[in-house]
Ligand binder design. Structure first.
Ligand code: CTP
Ligand code: CA
Length: 229
């Protein structure tokens, strides 16, 4: 039955997953972040552990319990998340579900920023690019054999997703249309389309993130077995 799902499918594998948002400090009390809940990544970690994998979950600031038998490492910024992911290598499978902030303030002010007294002026923050965690791991010397990305898009979902699959050297990308309400970011349900290296697309219709996670993990276990043979 669905309950004794895939027991052992991932036994002997080390699965590395990152999840949630990152926070990029502006000053001691302020930051830039996004609305990622981390739910999809935590559901994937739970499903991978149920399938018998050793699971390392690198989590940005989220409000979620740690799944059973999952080793969780909490981080804050994109740079911390990159270092924690690298420290967890080697891994057989890397799933990058984190909503990594693309930019960070070029410096973090040491003291709380103050408005200029007597002025109604606006203010400008200078932002610089964060490292691309997924591309770094997927092109690195210790590349996990199977690297999987997510692509949250609001338009031309499959086009942008295919582009990321190729540009970041991935085995699979999971495309996510975040313009639809009720699914994706911060919701309990999701609907995704998988695109592999042959550009074959597989659509998994709207379901709970738990159900989707199990489906995705079964497919990734099959992909790893296929790479073995
Ligand atoms: N990603 C990452 N490090 C970043 C940015 C993104 O590891 N600095 C990963 C995400 O975890 C995801 C994939 O790359 O698995 C795609 O993220 P997305 O934000 O959709 O793509 P970007 O490459 O950042 O492009 P853009 O935001 O401009 O669409
Ligand atoms: Ca991005």
């Amino acid at each position: 039955a669905a309950d004794c799902f895939q027991r052992g499918l991932l036994s002997g594998r080390h699965v590395l997953i990152n999840a949630g948002p990152t926070r990029e400090a502006i000053d001691p009390v302020r930051y830039i972040s996004n609305h990622s809940s981390g739910k999809m990544g935590f559901a994937l970690a739970e499903a991978a552990a149920e399938a018998g994998a050793r699971v390392t979950l690198i989590a940005g600031p989220v409000n979620l319990p740690t799944p059973t038998r999952v080793q969780r490492v909490d981080v804050v910024s994109a740079q911390d998340m990159l270092e924690a992911c690298q420290a967890a290598l080697p891994a057989d499978l890397f799933i990058a579900s984190a909503a990594v902030a693309d930019y960070r303030p070029d410096t973090c002010a040491e003291q709380k920023l103050k408005k200029t007294p007597g002025s109604d002026d606006g203010m400008t923050l200078r932002l610089i690019r964060n490292p691309d965690i997924l591309a770094t791991l997927a092109t690195g010397a210790q590349r996990p054999r199977c690297c999987v990305g997510f692509a949250a898009e609001t338009q031309d979902v499959l086009g942008y997703a295919r582009d990321k699959l190729q540009r970041k050297n991935l085995d699979l990308i999971i495309a996510n249309d975040v313009s639809q309400s009720g699914i994706g970011f911060n919701s309990d349900d999701n609907a995704v389309t998988l695109i592999d290296q042959q550009l074959t697309t597989t659509t998994l219709p709207q379901a709970s993130k738990q159900k989707l996670a199990r489906d995705i993990i079964s497919r990734l276990a099959a992909l790893l077995d296929q790479q073995d043979s």
